[in-house]
Design a protein around this ligand. Sequence first.
Ligand SMILES: [Zn+2]
Length: 246
Amino acid sequence: MPEPRRGRPADAALVTLGVLNDLKSDAAQAVLLLGELRGLTKWSDETLCAQLHCDFDKWTQVGGADTKDEAALKHSLLFLTLVRDATQRVDLVADRRQVVNAAVELCHDAGGLVVERAPRMRDALEHAPAGDLTPFDLISLGEIGRAWRSAALHVRSGPAYERAAAATRLTAPVAAQTAHLTPERLLLLAGSKPKDLLGPNVSKHMAKHLLFCPKCKRLAESMDLHELIRSEDLLDPDELSHPVAA
Ligand SMILES: [Zn+2]
């Protein structure tokens, strides 16, 4: 058997488990997802696994034929898939790392049975509070902190929910009027390098969002960023004639 290369446990696992023979196996899925996340976050395998609180040795054990804890394994795959789906919505490595860390924190603090947390988290990320955006939409706008606070509110139990509920009670009087986009990020969007500083897809989503969201439009106008609302260079011509929600 070839010597595993130092610092690349995912490669070693590909060899050890023979997962290339069965890309649908749980071990292969895990290795592929971890590889995607490694590419997205530019973390080493060790750092990625440390951030995810996942033990690569455990994967190599459970990835084989006889797994003792099928439910935990399935949950880990659901969680890694969710983290990948959330992370690839933003462009910048720093933003992607923030998304991974926030997902791990919410999973840790979601309360209830561990094996039910990833499905609850996905449900929360896809849930739009009445007349508002889903947390997934907020992540696409680069509003990562807000997205995960909103998701935490919808998981409905656990320390993360308690923290988000307490913060929401404080901001409740102005919540209905609060824009989705923060003033700091609107200024970056209006600056000379929005694609570099916010990411190409995120800045495009923000510009598109400004076309239809009255609350964010109002904030941009109050900041004298009138030009931004008509910022055509951030959008494709067909998007200007057919504004798309979120
Ligand atoms: Zn908005």
